[in-house]
Design a protein around this ligand. Structure first.
Ligand code: CP
Ligand code: NVA
Length: 307
C-alpha cells in the first residue's frame, strides 16, 4: 500500500488520472472495505451528485458508500434544479463547491465534466460520460482480482461496442497489467486517441488488442465482458446497431472458447439475448452481481482517498 495519499483533493475525470500505484492502492482499499477490515471516517463530508442521465448502480452505490463513511449526499436532479434551465456550469460548479466536499457527475460530453472540474474548488468524479466510465472499470478489475487473486497476465475480452466502458477498461487494464482484447464490428472501435495514449502507459507494455473477430478474442480468455450495443443518448441508432452487431452476442459458444474457469462480466443494465444471452447471465461463470456490488466498495475507497 502507498503511504502518502496523493489522491487527496484530486479530480477523477478519467482512468488516466490515476497512476499504476494508485490503481492498485484503490483496489486494495476496496478489498479491505469489503472485508470490513477498515474503519475510515469521513463524518460531516458531503457528496453532491449531478446526474444528467439515468442511473441505478452508480447513484445508489455512491450514496451508500458515502453513508458508510459517515458522510451524506445531495442528489441534484437537473429537472428540479436550475441546471436543467441552463444555469452555466461555471456558476453551478462554484456555488456547489461552497456547499459540498466532492461532486460525482454523470453527463454526456467529457468536455462538460472538464468544465465542472475547471470551475469547482472541490474534487470532481466522473460518474460516466460518453467517453469514459472510470469508476466502473475499477469495480470490474476488483471483481477479476477477487476471482483470480492476481491481475497480471490475465486476459479480458470485451465483445461489443467500443464505448465509454470499453475505453475505461482499456486504460485501467494497461495500468494493472491485464491484456485487454476489444472485439467490435468495423466502425465501432474505441476512441483512437485514447488507444494511443493507453498504449504508452506502463512503459509501452500495454497488451491491448483491437479486432473485429469476436471468436478470436474469446480464445483462452479469463474474462468475457460486454455492455449494451446502444448507450444512453444513442437511442436513435438502436435499430441500425442491432443489425450491425449480429454475431457479437456473448453466448455459450463464445464461453466455450474461453478458459475453463473464465468469468463473465457486464456493467449492467443488460439487454438479455442481445449483447449477452439470458443463459450466460445466469450461468455459473457469471460474476455480474458481485461486480455490481463492487461498485460500492471501490467508490468508498475512492471517496476516502479524495477526501
Ligand atoms: N453500470 C452502471 O453505471 O449502471 P447505472 O447506469 O445503473 O449507474
Ligand atoms: N455504455 C453504457 C453504460 C451504462 C452503464 C451507457 O453509456 O449507456
Amino acid at each position: 500500500m502507498i503511504k502518502v495519499n496523493k489522491l487527496v483533493n484530486k479530480n477523477f475525470l478519467s482512468s488516466f488520472d490515476i497512476s499504476i500505484q494508485e490503481a492498485h492502492h484503490i483496489l486494495e482499499l476496496a478489498k479491505n472495505f469489503k472485508n470490513k477490515d477498515l474503519n475510515i471516517n469521513r463524518e460531516g463530508k458531503v457528496l453532491g451528485l449531478i446526474f444528467d442521465k439515468s442511473s441505478t448502480r452508480t447513484r445508489v452505490s455512491f450514496q451508500v458508500a458515502m453513508a458508510r463513511l459517515g458522510g451524506t449526499t445531495v442528489d441534484l436532479n437537473p429537472t428540479t434544479s436550475q441546471i436543467g434551465r441552463g444555469e452555466p456550469v461555471r456558476d453551478t460548479a462554484r456555488v456547489l463547491s461552497r456547499y459540498c466536499d466532492v461532486l460525482a457527475i454523470r453527463t454526456f460530453k467529457q468536455s462538460v465534466l472538464e468544465e465542472y472540474a475547471k470551475w469547482a474548488t472541490i474534487p470532481v468524479i466522473n460518474a460516466l460520460t460518453d467517453l469514459e466510465h472510470p469508476c466502473q472499470a475499477l469495480a470490474d478489475f476488483l471483481t477479476i482480482k477477487e476471482e483470480f487473486g492476481e491481475l497480471k497476465g490475465k486476459v479480458l475480452s470485451y465483445i461489443g461496442d467500443g464505448n465509454n466502458v470499453a475505453n475505461s477498461l482499456i486504460i485501467c487494464g494497461a495500468l494493472l497489467g491485464v491484456e485487454v482484447r476489444i472485439a467490435c464490428p468495423k466502425g465501432y472501435e474505441p476512441n483512437s486517441f485514447l488507444i494511443d495514449k493507453a498504449r504508452k502507459i506502463n512503459d509501452n507494455k500495454s497488451l491491448l488488442k483491437i479486432t473485429n473477430d469476436p471468436s478470436y478474442a474469446c480464445l483462452g480468455a479469463n474474462v468475457l465482458y460486454t455492455d449494451v450495443w446502444s448507450s444512453m443518448g444513442e437511442e436513435n441508432q438502436k435499430e441500425q446497431k442491432d443489425k450491425e452487431f449480429k454475431g457479437f452476442t456473448i453466448d455459450s459458444n463464445f464461453l466455450s472458447k474461453a478458459a475453463k474457469d473464465a468469468i463473465v462480466l457486464h456493467c449492467l443494465p443488460a439487454y438479455r439475448d442481445k449483447e449477452i444471452t439470458d443463459a450466460v447471465i445466469e450461468s455459473k461463470n457469471s460474476r455480474i452481481f458481485d461486480q455490481a456490488e463492487n461498485r460500492m466498495h471501490v467508490q468508498q475507497a475512492l471517496l476516502s482517498c479524495l477526501l
